[in-house]
Design a binder for this molecule. Structure first.
Ligand SMILES: [Zn+2]
Length: 60
């Protein structure tokens, strides 16, 4: 299972989150959304994603 930043909900491959530089991760998540161009993505706007990347929709 890939890990997800608890704060940003972005999928993280290294040891720190690329957005908040934190290291609070969870492996309990549901659904995923890929944001390629946040300005054009209505879904991204709804959930408040501003940086492109792959995000989990729900985390615990
Ligand atoms: Zn983060």
């Amino acid at each position: 299972m890939k890990k997800v930043c608890k704060l940003c909900k972005i999928f993280v491959e290294g040891t720190t989150c690329p957005i908040c530089k934190g290291n609070q991760f969870t492996e309990t998540w549901k659904g995923r959304i890929y944001v390629s161009n946040s300005e054009k993505s209505e879904i991204a706007e709804k959930v408040g994603l501003k940086i492109k990347g792959e995000y989990a929709i729900k985390t615990k």
